[in-house]
Design a protein around this ligand. Structure first.
Ligand code: SF4
Ligand code: SF4
Length: 411
Protein backbone atom coordinates (compact mmCIF):
# COMPACT_ATOMS: atom_id res chain seq x y z
CA UNK A 1 0.00 0.00 0.00
CA UNK A 2 1.27 3.44 -0.84
CA UNK A 3 2.21 5.30 2.38
CA UNK A 4 0.15 8.34 3.27
CA UNK A 5 2.05 11.62 3.02
CA UNK A 6 2.52 13.02 6.50
CA UNK A 7 4.51 16.17 5.72
CA UNK A 8 2.28 18.54 3.82
CA UNK A 9 3.35 20.58 0.84
CA UNK A 10 2.17 24.17 1.15
CA UNK A 11 -0.56 24.59 -1.45
CA UNK A 12 0.74 27.93 -2.61
CA UNK A 13 4.07 26.44 -3.66
CA UNK A 14 3.91 22.98 -5.18
CA UNK A 15 7.66 23.06 -5.86
CA UNK A 16 8.45 23.94 -2.28
CA UNK A 17 10.86 21.04 -1.76
CA UNK A 18 11.92 20.45 -5.33
CA UNK A 19 13.53 23.89 -5.62
CA UNK A 20 16.59 22.12 -4.23
CA UNK A 21 18.91 21.21 -7.10
CA UNK A 22 21.04 18.96 -4.87
CA UNK A 23 24.15 21.00 -5.67
CA UNK A 24 25.53 20.50 -2.14
CA UNK A 25 26.83 24.05 -1.62
CA UNK A 26 25.06 24.07 1.73
CA UNK A 27 26.95 21.10 3.16
CA UNK A 28 30.13 22.99 4.03
CA UNK A 29 28.32 25.50 6.25
CA UNK A 30 26.04 23.09 8.11
CA UNK A 31 27.23 22.43 11.67
CA UNK A 32 25.49 19.05 11.96
CA UNK A 33 26.89 17.83 8.65
CA UNK A 34 30.37 18.96 9.72
CA UNK A 35 29.90 17.17 13.04
CA UNK A 36 28.69 13.85 11.65
CA UNK A 37 29.61 13.72 7.96
CA UNK A 38 26.15 12.19 7.46
CA UNK A 39 24.31 13.32 4.33
CA UNK A 40 20.96 12.91 6.10
CA UNK A 41 22.18 15.37 8.71
CA UNK A 42 22.68 18.09 6.11
CA UNK A 43 20.25 20.63 4.64
CA UNK A 44 20.17 18.70 1.35
CA UNK A 45 19.58 15.42 3.18
CA UNK A 46 16.80 16.74 5.37
CA UNK A 47 15.06 18.38 2.41
CA UNK A 48 15.22 15.08 0.54
CA UNK A 49 13.74 13.14 3.46
CA UNK A 50 10.88 15.61 3.84
CA UNK A 51 10.30 15.79 0.11
CA UNK A 52 10.20 11.99 -0.31
CA UNK A 53 7.79 11.69 2.59
CA UNK A 54 5.55 14.47 1.26
CA UNK A 55 5.44 12.75 -2.14
CA UNK A 56 4.45 9.47 -0.52
CA UNK A 57 7.64 7.68 -1.58
CA UNK A 58 9.01 7.34 1.96
CA UNK A 59 6.93 6.09 4.87
CA UNK A 60 6.82 8.08 8.05
CA UNK A 61 10.05 7.02 9.70
CA UNK A 62 11.76 7.56 13.09
CA UNK A 63 15.00 8.34 11.24
CA UNK A 64 13.34 11.27 9.50
CA UNK A 65 12.19 12.46 12.90
CA UNK A 66 15.71 12.04 14.27
CA UNK A 67 17.39 14.01 11.48
CA UNK A 68 14.75 16.72 11.74
CA UNK A 69 15.41 17.09 15.45
CA UNK A 70 19.16 17.30 14.83
CA UNK A 71 18.92 20.59 12.89
CA UNK A 72 20.15 23.56 14.93
CA UNK A 73 17.98 26.00 12.96
CA UNK A 74 21.01 28.25 12.48
CA UNK A 75 19.94 29.22 8.90
CA UNK A 76 23.54 29.15 7.66
CA UNK A 77 22.37 27.05 4.71
CA UNK A 78 20.10 29.79 3.37
CA UNK A 79 22.71 32.32 2.18
CA UNK A 80 24.87 29.44 0.89
CA UNK A 81 22.10 28.20 -1.40
CA UNK A 82 22.23 29.40 -5.05
CA UNK A 83 18.64 28.17 -5.58
CA UNK A 84 17.40 30.34 -2.67
CA UNK A 85 15.61 27.41 -1.04
CA UNK A 86 13.74 28.94 1.95
CA UNK A 87 15.11 26.30 4.29
CA UNK A 88 14.24 28.15 7.52
CA UNK A 89 10.59 28.49 6.54
CA UNK A 90 10.36 24.85 5.49
CA UNK A 91 12.10 23.65 8.64
CA UNK A 92 9.85 25.69 10.89
CA UNK A 93 6.79 24.26 9.20
CA UNK A 94 8.05 20.68 9.45
CA UNK A 95 9.04 21.12 13.09
CA UNK A 96 5.55 22.35 13.97
CA UNK A 97 4.00 19.46 12.07
CA UNK A 98 6.19 16.96 13.91
CA UNK A 99 5.25 18.37 17.32
CA UNK A 100 1.56 18.53 16.40
CA UNK A 101 1.66 14.88 15.23
CA UNK A 102 3.63 13.87 18.37
CA UNK A 103 6.59 12.77 16.26
CA UNK A 104 8.60 15.10 18.51
CA UNK A 105 7.74 15.97 22.10
CA UNK A 106 9.45 18.95 23.70
CA UNK A 107 10.39 18.37 27.35
CA UNK A 108 7.87 19.34 30.02
CA UNK A 109 10.13 22.18 31.19
CA UNK A 110 10.08 23.67 27.68
CA UNK A 111 6.31 23.28 27.39
CA UNK A 112 5.85 25.03 30.72
CA UNK A 113 8.26 27.79 29.70
CA UNK A 114 6.41 28.24 26.38
CA UNK A 115 3.15 28.68 28.27
CA UNK A 116 4.77 31.07 30.77
CA UNK A 117 6.41 33.40 28.23
CA UNK A 118 2.96 34.15 26.85
CA UNK A 119 2.28 35.91 30.18
CA UNK A 120 5.21 38.30 30.73
CA UNK A 121 4.12 39.48 34.20
CA UNK A 122 3.80 35.90 35.41
CA UNK A 123 7.08 34.91 33.81
CA UNK A 124 8.86 37.93 35.34
CA UNK A 125 7.43 37.14 38.79
CA UNK A 126 8.40 33.48 38.53
CA UNK A 127 12.00 34.43 37.80
CA UNK A 128 12.25 37.04 40.57
CA UNK A 129 14.20 34.66 42.87
CA UNK A 130 16.63 33.96 40.03
CA UNK A 131 17.15 37.71 39.52
CA UNK A 132 17.84 38.11 43.23
CA UNK A 133 20.43 35.33 43.13
CA UNK A 134 22.08 36.65 39.97
CA UNK A 135 22.25 40.13 41.42
CA UNK A 136 23.85 38.70 44.56
CA UNK A 137 26.49 36.94 42.45
CA UNK A 138 25.13 33.38 42.65
CA UNK A 139 25.11 31.96 39.17
CA UNK A 140 23.40 28.68 39.73
CA UNK A 141 23.60 27.27 36.22
CA UNK A 142 26.23 26.82 33.52
CA UNK A 143 24.28 29.15 31.22
CA UNK A 144 23.91 32.02 33.67
CA UNK A 145 26.58 34.59 32.97
CA UNK A 146 27.26 37.15 35.75
CA UNK A 147 25.25 40.35 35.87
CA UNK A 148 23.37 42.63 38.23
CA UNK A 149 19.77 42.94 37.01
CA UNK A 150 17.33 45.23 38.80
CA UNK A 151 15.12 42.99 40.88
CA UNK A 152 11.93 45.05 41.00
CA UNK A 153 12.28 48.03 38.66
CA UNK A 154 11.24 47.13 35.13
CA UNK A 155 12.88 48.44 31.98
CA UNK A 156 9.66 50.31 31.25
CA UNK A 157 9.80 52.17 34.60
CA UNK A 158 13.49 52.85 34.07
CA UNK A 159 12.87 54.32 30.61
CA UNK A 160 10.27 56.74 31.97
CA UNK A 161 12.69 57.90 34.67
CA UNK A 162 15.60 58.30 32.29
CA UNK A 163 13.59 60.05 29.58
CA UNK A 164 12.29 62.58 32.11
CA UNK A 165 15.81 63.24 33.34
CA UNK A 166 17.72 63.34 30.04
CA UNK A 167 15.08 64.68 27.65
CA UNK A 168 16.52 63.40 24.34
CA UNK A 169 15.18 65.07 21.20
CA UNK A 170 16.29 62.78 18.35
CA UNK A 171 14.73 59.79 16.58
CA UNK A 172 11.98 57.90 18.34
CA UNK A 173 12.15 54.13 18.73
CA UNK A 174 9.93 51.46 20.25
CA UNK A 175 11.96 48.91 22.17
CA UNK A 176 11.21 45.18 22.45
CA UNK A 177 12.17 44.25 26.00
CA UNK A 178 11.77 40.50 25.43
CA UNK A 179 10.69 37.80 27.87
CA UNK A 180 13.85 36.05 29.13
CA UNK A 181 15.83 39.24 28.53
CA UNK A 182 13.50 41.20 30.81
CA UNK A 183 12.89 38.48 33.37
CA UNK A 184 16.48 37.37 33.81
CA UNK A 185 18.97 39.65 32.02
CA UNK A 186 17.37 43.09 32.33
CA UNK A 187 20.71 44.74 33.10
CA UNK A 188 21.29 44.46 29.34
CA UNK A 189 17.96 46.17 28.66
CA UNK A 190 18.91 48.96 31.06
CA UNK A 191 22.28 49.38 29.35
CA UNK A 192 20.53 49.47 25.95
CA UNK A 193 18.23 52.24 27.09
CA UNK A 194 21.13 54.27 28.53
CA UNK A 195 23.08 53.97 25.29
CA UNK A 196 20.09 54.99 23.18
CA UNK A 197 19.25 57.97 25.39
CA UNK A 198 22.88 59.08 25.54
CA UNK A 199 22.79 59.10 21.75
CA UNK A 200 19.77 61.41 21.83
CA UNK A 201 17.23 58.70 20.97
CA UNK A 202 13.73 58.85 22.43
CA UNK A 203 12.65 55.44 23.67
CA UNK A 204 9.12 54.17 24.13
CA UNK A 205 8.14 50.77 25.49
CA UNK A 206 4.69 49.51 24.48
CA UNK A 207 3.31 48.15 27.75
CA UNK A 208 1.20 45.45 26.10
CA UNK A 209 3.99 43.95 23.99
CA UNK A 210 4.50 40.19 24.22
CA UNK A 211 7.16 37.57 23.67
CA UNK A 212 8.46 37.65 20.09
CA UNK A 213 7.44 34.02 19.47
CA UNK A 214 10.99 32.74 18.89
CA UNK A 215 10.60 30.25 21.72
CA UNK A 216 7.60 28.69 19.97
CA UNK A 217 9.52 28.59 16.70
CA UNK A 218 12.51 26.90 18.32
CA UNK A 219 10.40 24.25 20.04
CA UNK A 220 7.69 23.72 17.41
CA UNK A 221 5.03 24.48 20.00
CA UNK A 222 1.83 26.36 19.20
CA UNK A 223 1.28 30.01 20.05
CA UNK A 224 3.63 32.00 17.79
CA UNK A 225 0.80 33.45 15.71
CA UNK A 226 -1.14 34.64 18.78
CA UNK A 227 2.00 36.35 20.06
CA UNK A 228 2.63 37.91 16.64
CA UNK A 229 -0.90 39.29 16.63
CA UNK A 230 -0.44 40.69 20.13
CA UNK A 231 2.75 42.45 19.02
CA UNK A 232 1.07 43.80 15.88
CA UNK A 233 -1.54 45.39 18.14
CA UNK A 234 1.12 46.75 20.52
CA UNK A 235 3.67 48.06 17.99
CA UNK A 236 1.63 48.51 14.82
CA UNK A 237 -0.12 51.85 15.56
CA UNK A 238 3.00 53.54 17.01
CA UNK A 239 4.55 56.47 15.18
CA UNK A 240 8.23 55.67 15.53
CA UNK A 241 11.30 55.79 13.34
CA UNK A 242 12.06 52.15 14.09
CA UNK A 243 11.29 49.23 16.33
CA UNK A 244 14.56 48.05 17.89
CA UNK A 245 15.64 44.86 19.58
CA UNK A 246 18.86 44.01 21.43
CA UNK A 247 18.54 40.30 20.78
CA UNK A 248 19.06 39.16 17.21
CA UNK A 249 16.82 36.08 17.55
CA UNK A 250 13.98 38.12 19.02
CA UNK A 251 14.49 40.86 16.43
CA UNK A 252 14.28 38.29 13.63
CA UNK A 253 11.05 36.81 15.01
CA UNK A 254 9.46 40.20 15.67
CA UNK A 255 10.52 41.38 12.20
CA UNK A 256 8.46 38.59 10.65
CA UNK A 257 5.48 39.43 12.88
CA UNK A 258 5.57 43.16 12.06
CA UNK A 259 6.10 42.79 8.32
CA UNK A 260 4.10 45.51 6.58
CA UNK A 261 3.84 47.52 9.81
CA UNK A 262 7.35 48.43 10.97
CA UNK A 263 10.90 47.62 10.13
CA UNK A 264 12.50 45.91 13.13
CA UNK A 265 16.16 46.81 13.50
CA UNK A 266 18.92 45.38 15.58
CA UNK A 267 19.83 48.13 18.04
CA UNK A 268 23.53 47.97 17.10
CA UNK A 269 22.72 48.35 13.42
CA UNK A 270 20.46 51.29 14.28
CA UNK A 271 23.22 52.92 16.35
CA UNK A 272 25.63 52.51 13.46
CA UNK A 273 23.62 55.12 11.53
CA UNK A 274 23.94 57.58 14.42
CA UNK A 275 27.73 57.46 14.87
CA UNK A 276 27.44 56.64 18.58
CA UNK A 277 29.19 58.41 21.44
CA UNK A 278 32.64 56.93 21.82
CA UNK A 279 33.84 55.64 25.19
CA UNK A 280 37.29 56.73 26.29
CA UNK A 281 39.55 54.03 27.78
CA UNK A 282 42.90 54.38 29.50
CA UNK A 283 45.74 54.39 27.00
CA UNK A 284 47.33 50.96 26.78
CA UNK A 285 44.22 49.22 28.18
CA UNK A 286 45.08 45.55 27.54
CA UNK A 287 41.45 44.42 27.23
CA UNK A 288 40.82 42.58 23.97
CA UNK A 289 37.31 42.14 22.59
CA UNK A 290 36.48 39.16 20.37
CA UNK A 291 33.22 39.74 18.54
CA UNK A 292 31.02 36.81 17.59
CA UNK A 293 28.07 37.27 15.23
CA UNK A 294 24.78 35.54 16.08
CA UNK A 295 23.25 33.37 13.34
CA UNK A 296 19.97 35.27 13.47
CA UNK A 297 21.82 38.54 12.94
CA UNK A 298 23.75 37.49 9.84
CA UNK A 299 21.64 34.65 8.38
CA UNK A 300 18.21 35.60 9.78
CA UNK A 301 18.23 39.40 9.60
CA UNK A 302 20.82 39.18 6.81
CA UNK A 303 23.06 41.94 8.19
CA UNK A 304 26.71 41.85 7.22
CA UNK A 305 27.69 42.12 10.88
CA UNK A 306 27.88 44.68 13.68
CA UNK A 307 28.87 48.10 12.30
CA UNK A 308 32.58 48.83 12.73
CA UNK A 309 31.87 52.35 14.00
CA UNK A 310 29.80 50.84 16.83
CA UNK A 311 32.60 48.45 17.76
CA UNK A 312 35.16 51.27 17.51
CA UNK A 313 32.97 53.37 19.82
CA UNK A 314 33.50 50.83 22.62
CA UNK A 315 37.01 52.31 22.85
CA UNK A 316 38.49 48.83 23.14
CA UNK A 317 40.77 46.98 20.79
CA UNK A 318 38.49 44.50 19.04
CA UNK A 319 38.58 41.87 16.34
CA UNK A 320 36.13 39.33 14.98
CA UNK A 321 36.29 35.91 16.63
CA UNK A 322 37.55 33.17 14.28
CA UNK A 323 34.68 31.89 12.13
CA UNK A 324 32.50 34.60 13.67
CA UNK A 325 29.55 33.79 11.37
CA UNK A 326 29.50 30.10 12.31
CA UNK A 327 26.97 28.81 14.81
CA UNK A 328 28.01 28.54 18.49
CA UNK A 329 25.57 25.67 19.08
CA UNK A 330 23.04 27.63 21.08
CA UNK A 331 20.19 27.43 18.54
CA UNK A 332 17.63 28.98 20.92
CA UNK A 333 16.92 25.86 22.96
CA UNK A 334 19.03 23.44 20.91
CA UNK A 335 21.63 23.35 23.68
CA UNK A 336 18.90 22.04 26.01
CA UNK A 337 17.42 19.60 23.52
CA UNK A 338 20.67 18.31 22.00
CA UNK A 339 23.32 19.11 24.61
CA UNK A 340 25.98 16.78 23.20
CA UNK A 341 25.81 18.23 19.69
CA UNK A 342 25.67 21.78 21.05
CA UNK A 343 28.71 21.18 23.20
CA UNK A 344 30.67 19.64 20.33
CA UNK A 345 29.88 22.65 18.10
CA UNK A 346 30.85 25.03 20.91
CA UNK A 347 34.05 23.12 21.69
CA UNK A 348 35.37 23.72 18.19
CA UNK A 349 34.20 27.31 18.06
CA UNK A 350 35.50 28.38 21.48
CA UNK A 351 38.90 26.64 21.41
CA UNK A 352 40.64 29.82 20.22
CA UNK A 353 39.86 31.55 23.53
CA UNK A 354 42.35 29.34 25.38
CA UNK A 355 45.22 30.95 23.50
CA UNK A 356 43.68 34.35 22.67
CA UNK A 357 45.76 37.47 23.27
CA UNK A 358 44.60 40.08 25.78
CA UNK A 359 44.03 40.39 29.50
CA UNK A 360 41.18 40.54 30.26
CA UNK A 361 39.61 38.82 27.30
CA UNK A 362 35.98 39.56 26.49
CA UNK A 363 33.76 37.57 24.15
CA UNK A 364 31.13 40.02 22.92
CA UNK A 365 28.01 39.20 20.96
CA UNK A 366 24.46 40.49 20.56
CA UNK A 367 22.05 37.76 21.53
CA UNK A 368 21.44 36.66 25.11
CA UNK A 369 21.09 32.95 24.25
CA UNK A 370 24.46 33.07 22.48
CA UNK A 371 25.89 34.76 25.58
CA UNK A 372 24.55 31.88 27.68
CA UNK A 373 26.14 29.33 25.37
CA UNK A 374 29.50 31.15 25.36
CA UNK A 375 29.45 31.40 29.15
CA UNK A 376 28.91 27.65 29.39
CA UNK A 377 32.22 27.07 27.58
CA UNK A 378 34.07 28.31 30.67
CA UNK A 379 31.60 26.89 33.19
CA UNK A 380 31.99 23.38 31.76
CA UNK A 381 35.74 23.43 31.19
CA UNK A 382 35.92 23.82 27.42
CA UNK A 383 37.74 27.12 27.96
CA UNK A 384 40.15 27.05 30.86
CA UNK A 385 41.41 30.64 30.86
CA UNK A 386 39.39 33.48 32.45
CA UNK A 387 37.20 35.48 30.08
CA UNK A 388 34.03 37.51 30.30
CA UNK A 389 30.93 37.36 28.13
CA UNK A 390 29.30 40.68 27.30
CA UNK A 391 26.64 42.08 25.02
CA UNK A 392 28.24 44.65 22.72
CA UNK A 393 25.77 47.25 24.00
CA UNK A 394 27.27 46.85 27.49
CA UNK A 395 30.65 47.94 26.13
CA UNK A 396 29.05 51.22 24.98
CA UNK A 397 27.19 51.79 28.25
CA UNK A 398 27.81 55.18 29.90
CA UNK A 399 26.92 53.54 33.25
CA UNK A 400 24.28 54.02 35.89
CA UNK A 401 25.29 57.53 36.85
CA UNK A 402 25.55 59.25 33.48
CA UNK A 403 24.44 62.85 33.63
CA UNK A 404 22.66 65.04 31.12
CA UNK A 405 25.68 66.11 29.10
CA UNK A 406 25.28 67.42 25.54
CA UNK A 407 25.34 64.59 23.00
CA UNK A 408 28.63 64.32 21.15
CA UNK A 409 29.24 62.23 18.11
CA UNK A 410 32.45 60.95 16.60
CA UNK A 411 33.48 62.90 13.47
S1 SF4 B 1 19.66 25.37 9.69
FE1 SF4 B 1 21.86 25.07 10.26
S2 SF4 B 1 21.92 22.99 11.17
FE2 SF4 B 1 19.96 23.14 10.06
S3 SF4 B 1 20.38 22.31 8.02
FE3 SF4 B 1 20.72 24.55 7.87
S4 SF4 B 1 22.93 24.83 8.27
FE4 SF4 B 1 22.38 22.74 8.99
S1 SF4 C 1 22.62 24.65 -1.56
FE1 SF4 C 1 20.39 24.83 -1.87
S2 SF4 C 1 20.00 23.84 -3.86
FE2 SF4 C 1 22.08 23.23 -3.20
S3 SF4 C 1 21.76 21.26 -2.11
FE3 SF4 C 1 21.70 22.87 -0.54
S4 SF4 C 1 19.51 23.40 -0.35
FE4 SF4 C 1 19.74 22.25 -2.26
Amino acid sequence: MKPQPSIARPEESPDYFSNCTHCGFCLAVCPTYKLTGDENNSPRGRLRLWSEEAAGRLPRDPWTDHYTSECVGCLACEPACPATVPYGEIFERVRHEHVAARRATPALSLRLAAAAVAHPALFGAALLPARVLRRAGFNMHRFLFPGRPAVIESTSAYVKKLMARQRPTGPRVAFLTGCLMEAMFREINFATVRVLVENNVRVVIPEDQGCCGAFQSHTGLEGAEALAEKNRRAFGPLEVDAVVSNSSGCGYALGKALQGHHRVRDVLDFLGDLRPVRRVRASGDPTRIYVDLPCHLVHGQKLSGIPANVLDATGFRWELAPRAKDCCGSGGVYNLQKPENARAILAEKSAFLNAAAGDPVVLATSNHVCMMQWHSAGATGLVTRPYKVKHVIQLLDPGEEFSPVPVQTTP
